[in-house]
Write a protein that binds this ligand. Structure first.
Ligand SMILES: C[S@@+](CC[C@H](N)C(=O)[O-])C[C@H]1O[C@@H](n2cnc3c(N)ncnc32)[C@H](O)[C@@H]1O
Length: 243
């Protein structure tokens, strides 16, 4: 029987013959074996997918806002996997009765602009509202706001937020989401942009950087894609990703 260590080394050797720059990672990680997290991945068919790291960091960042008042929101839900993690953390939090607000066209992406490059097309990532409702059945404290961003933002214009997950892939809806939610975040609240730093989402990265140009907070880019900021915590712009 070959040891895991030997098989990993072999995988890296073979893999680098096929894809020289592919960034292999350690597999001896506790979080990959977390039973709750594994069943969550299974629920959304992501056991062998490439979103695991960003799912895990979303779960961890929700822990950081446990004592921050305010609602939560997701811009761009697809099948509701991100919203599931947020609702799960909200339901376990005894400090606040948060409501989670989900914004989605349920018709996929809007029309990409030139700044978005050639990867995305109108209508990509389209999923029906009923799929999100089905995946969130175990939770009651959420509201779906169906429509093109920013049309339905008025529904929550009087609210303040502890956590917002922006995941709409393109420049304009990312810009609209950042502009709307940044000013409504409570101190210590977190904004995550799932698309930040992906070469397939240059418009989203640009929209975030433009919004934060004159703000003390900057996006902290994560190694597996995406980034986050903490409202009220300034960060250096030196070394930030730019487009
Ligand atoms: C990448 S998926 C979201 C993935 C999801 N956050 C997750 O964690 O699995 C992008 C979503 O954004 C929605 N979307 C993109 N552009 C939009 C816009 N301008 N207005 C409303 N929804 C939009 C799409 O319908 C799609 O559901």
């Amino acid at each position: 029987m070959l040891s895991d260590e030997f098989r990993f080394k072999l995988l890296v050797k073979l893999g680098s013959l096929i894809f020289k720059q592919y960034p292999f990672k350690w597999s001896q990680l506790d979080w990959l074996r977390n039973p709750w997290f594994r069943s969550y991945l299974e629920k959304f068919g992501e056991e062998r997918g490439f979103n695991k790291e960003r799912r895990w960091i979303l779960r961890e960042l929700m822990r950081l806002v446990e004592m921050v008042p305010g609602d939560t929101a997701e811009c761009g839900a697809f099948e509701g996997a991100g919203s599931y993690l947020i609702c799960h953390a909200n339901a376990a939090n005894c400090n606040f009765n948060r409501v989670h607000h989900v914004f989605d066209s349920f018709e996929g992406l809007s029309t990409p602009a030139a700044v978005d490059g050639a990867y995305w097309h109108k209508g990509d990532m389209s999923r029906g509202e009923e799929i999100v409702r089905k995946n969130l059945t175990e939770f009651s404290a959420y509201e779906l706001h169906k429509g093109w961003i920013p049309e339905r933002f008025d529904d929550v214009k009087e609210k303040h937020f502890a956590f917002v997950h922006i995941d709409v892939d393109l420049y304009q809806p990312t810009l609209d989401s950042m502009n709307f939610f940044y000013q409504r975040m409570n101190p210590g609240g977190i904004i995550v942009c799932d698309d930040y730093g992906f070469t397939t989402c240059p418009g989203a990265t640009r929209a975030v950087n433009e919004t934060l140009r004159n703000k003390p907070e900057k996006m902290i880019a994560l190694p597996d894609g995406g980034g986050f900021l903490i409202k009220g915590i300034s960060a250096s712009s030196r070394g930030a990703l730019d487009t």
